[in-house]
Design a protein around this ligand. Sequence first.
Ligand code: ASP
Length: 292
Amino acid sequence: MASIIVHGGAGDFGAEDDSGPCIAGCLNAARIGKRILDAGGSALDAVEAAVVCLEDDPTFNAGFGSALNLRGEVETDASVMRGQDGGAGAIGCLKDVKNPIKLARLVMEQTAHVLLVGDGARDFALEQGIALLPPGALVAPKATAKWKRALQMREGKGHGTVGAVARDDAGHVAAATSTGGTMLKRPGRVGDTPLIGCGTYADDALGACSCTGLGEAIIKATLARHAIDLCAGGGSPHQIAAQAVQQLTRFGGDGGLILVDAKGRVGFAFNSARMARAWIGADGIEGSGFGA
Ligand code: ASP
């Protein structure tokens, strides 16, 4: 019953964000994750690989192609959680690391902590043998163009995130989420993505969830944990996702979430205009979408 679902961010994207590359990028990531699952790999390996693929794709707001803060810099947030034992790792406000999700996993596996931020997170990357990129290397031309437009309009409307959740053949679930955060955010701002229970949550007994959308509202809603708690009621993942999104709406946020339940069934819901997503069920059947 190995299955995976990924998202490429939710929001009210501008006309320049056409659905083609978003869907293709999500399908590619889902296939990479599913290949790992089908080869007997763990849900954790699958979600990490899927998110690395999305971080490397400049179509998405994570890794290379991240949204820029008020100073025009990339500061990334990411987290990962393993449902088997509640293991979790995260980084926040991290500069110049190509794949933040890999560092989040190392925080989980190599430290006694859950979340490292800023310079401490960078030092930890160096300690783990991860080379830092030259400043500005994660700034994609498309992100700069959007940033300039946002500055002119004096509003940072753009956001987005990438994420993946999976269940493996051994019955374990995992979740991974990575983002550049919100466009024109204040330097030092940390969103929901690296906060366990907010942007990411996983528990083998119930399922795994990854969120996207306005981080400030997702934090107040503790959205990922809320969605996973709802799994205890036994509804379908689509119903549960839709019910959880109501909580996001209540806190004035736009966005959405993906989830896989303990049986390996996948679901998603969003209250924004779009949420790029793709999934592959245990039966190998693929699905994808962008709008409602
Ligand atoms: N949740 C992300 C953040 O607030 C952005 C997004 O998913 O759209 O940092």
